[in-house]
Write a new protein. Sequence first.
Length: 111
Amino acid sequence: MPSGPQLKERFGVAKATTEHAIRILRDEGLVVSRKGSGVYVRGRTERPVGLGPHIERSFEAFKVTIDFAGFSGETLHHAIAEPIDRIRDGLLRPESLSVRNPTPIPTVASS
């Protein structure tokens, strides 16, 4: 996994933010830290990891950015429906919300 300073630069966030994110990943069992060596993504997790809680937690931020790469907008809608409802109800108040959903362009075989 990239180092803390690399993550800080790549995503334009504070050092504390990268440390917090790595701590969450470690607590979820998704990464392992090796002192003096770095942080490594686990090859296999002990239990399935749902994205719902992570997406919902991200909506508590001041600026929310989601890059979604999936097969359907329906999957994205399902993942963000509850936080969007909480924004409508005034329970969450991010300053901005940016969602990117790149759509693959099917290739056509030439004959």
